[in-house]
Design a protein around this ligand. Structure first.
Ligand SMILES: [Zn+2]
Ligand SMILES: [Zn+2]
Length: 260
């Protein structure tokens, strides 16, 4: 089985066929999903938690994406602080820094990131980070916050960044980008991540892997990414599936799936 560690199936892109999407995921061997409730405003967090409440193989995270950090209000923070302690919420995220798009002022991104790290610490849960073109600043903030339990999602850094996160003991998650023709540096980073720190994700509806690139992504497409990551890491598909499932369960403190 595979575990999609980062999916936005709470989003409106899936309103028309969410149940079919989840059924296709299971049929493709993607048994478990973490839904990231962090897009736009906190209704995303509410929807993610609602999905996790009705499906025993789905869990949620809550935060506000760095793109929207500049829009955060005290009311948004109140929603996240309330949901952070929910038993189906396994992490705070995605939070972080995106200096590629700069949709929110960098100062607002850094302030929100630091505050979400504090929230994660207060509730004793890991942090799921979105970091783009900002790895140095991100590591400084993570170190200052004393973060030890951390996922760097949709990793797009250099092999040196992968090494630096691995030294901090962080988990590194690969998305469909690793299947793209131009992503050789990313494939070169895969073997630098310790086997017990590798995760897989779709980040759907974004970033569909080859050969689905350009389509709406969904959890059922995760095996395409898994094939490439397995090849780069020198594992068989089954070894990688097992390792990444165990890793995802460990970081999010979930019981490993029963062997069938
Ligand atoms: Zn992200
Ligand atoms: Zn995401």
């Amino acid at each position: 089985m595979l575990f999609d560690s980062h999916a936005h199936v709470d989003g409106p892109e899936f309103d028309a066929d969410r149940d079919e999407v989840l059924a296709r995921a299971r049929a493709a061997g993607v048994q478990r999903i973490v839904v990231i409730g962090a897009v736009s405003d906190p209704t995303s967090a509410e929807r993610a938690v609602a999905l996790a409440e009705r499906d025993p193989e789905i869990w949620a995270t809550v935060a506000t994406h760095p793109h929207d950090a500049g829009n955060m209000t005290p009311e948004w923070w109140a929603v996240h602080e309330r949901l952070a302690t929910h038993p189906r919420v396994v992490a705070i995220g995605e939070t972080g820094l995106d200096y590629y798009y700069d949709h929110s002022p960098r100062e607002a991104q850094r302030a929100a990131f630091a505050r979400f790290i504090e929230l994660a610490r207060a509730v004793g849960k890991p942090v799921v980070c979105h970091i783009r073109d900002a790895h140095e600043d991100a590591r400084a903030i993570l170190r200052a916050g004393g973060v030890t339990d951390c996922v760097i999602h949709c990793f797009t850094g250099t092999p040196d960044d992968a090494r630096a996160y691995a030294e901090l003991g962080y988990y590194i998650s690969f998305s469909g980008i690793v299947t793209y023709k131009t992503a050789q540096p990313l494939r070169d980073a895969v073997p630098l991540v310790p086997r017990d720190r590798l995760l897989l994700e779709t980040d759907c509806p974004y970033l569909a892997p080859v050969p689905r690139r350009g389509k709406r992504n969904e959890p059922a497409f995760l095996p395409h990414t898994a094939e490439v990551v397995a090849r780069c890491s020198g594992m068989t598909f089954d070894e990688l599936a097992d390792a990444t499932t165990q890793n995802t369960c460990r970081v999010f403190r979930l019981p490993p799936p029963a062997v069938t």
